[in-house]
Design a protein around this ligand. Sequence first.
Ligand code: FAQ
Length: 331
Amino acid sequence: MYTTQLQKHDDKPAPTGSAETAELTEAFEARIAADEFIEPNDWMPEAYRRTLIRQISQHAHSEVVGMLPEGNWLTRAPSLRRKAVLLAKIQDEGGHGLYLYSAAETLGISREEMVEALHTGRSKYSTIFNYPTQNWADIGAIGWLVDGAAIMNQVPLQRTSYGPYARAMVRVCKEESFHQRQGYEIMMAMANGTPEQKEMAQDSLNRWWWPSLMMFGPTDDNSPNTAQSMRWRIKRETNDEIRQRFVDVTVPQAEALDLKIPDSALKWNKDREHYDFGEINWSEFWSVVKGEGPVAKERISARTNAWENGAWVREAAAAHAARHNPVKKVA
Ligand code: FAQ
């Protein structure tokens, strides 16, 4: 995806002294303040690079692990049309993972290192994918709520300060918008269907609402990374700001479906011009972050098995590439 010759991180001349580092940092910060994109071969503070690797690789893992809950229903989709649409959507998520791994690779980390960090639990992925998909309505709820939350978070990331991440987000957002609509369309069909179908849709909303709100991360005052990431313009809006926007947009959508959001504290606040909503169960959130989610072990073992079973494909692809397109070693 990125055709520019990348410098290897180790090859970059290190600043020779604190005066030089201060000068480079000042120039870097001026570029951030001027809303310039930082590109792979540009000088950047080490902590900025590490923060990006952390966030982009976790985002990539989320896309790839996120294929599993929906994949669970591919063979049981209620019609050929639903199956074809779901298959296309899941393939898109795999593609998002690939753009994001590629963007992270431009920062000097290899795909293998990132995958290993996922498999060994050193790198996180979104809590939402540690919940099970129990019936077809869950596929509608994921598209509507989970992709809806993902878009809300990713639209501001189109203006993130790191160029390859921002550009990847442009295409990802277009595709997520289709995903959100396909989910909402499933919910519309179910909410306007038989009483049993409507009940399934309501049950699904009940189970996915709170985990969807958790996707935006801890509250701003409990978010260790937000302040610095906002200063570096990696994040353009805070966790709470984006969560609030999601609630404000989604409540009328639930009303249009005649479904009830499972929150007795939910109420329009005319002074704030936003919905007030109830307290998220933060102890559940942190326990899922720590890897104790309902299907966390199944998710990681599915990914580990896929990686191991796919070893022969990677070896064959590498052998084919070496035979047909040998890379010339530069002395
Ligand atoms: N799950 O200080 P903060 C999708 C961790 S894509 C797990 O606030 P930050 C598409 C956080 O990593 C969904 N961990 O952190 C799709 C940090 O730990 P660390 C993924 C979480 O980075 C749809 C610690 O808590 N989207 O759904 C979560 O500033 C359907 C403290 O948190 C992205 O990744 C969580 N929910 O803000 C696919 C978007 N929240 O790393 C298939 C890009 C927080 O220090 C089907 N990422 N943590 O060890 C971001 O915008 C940010 O990374 C946040 C977290 C907002 C997720």
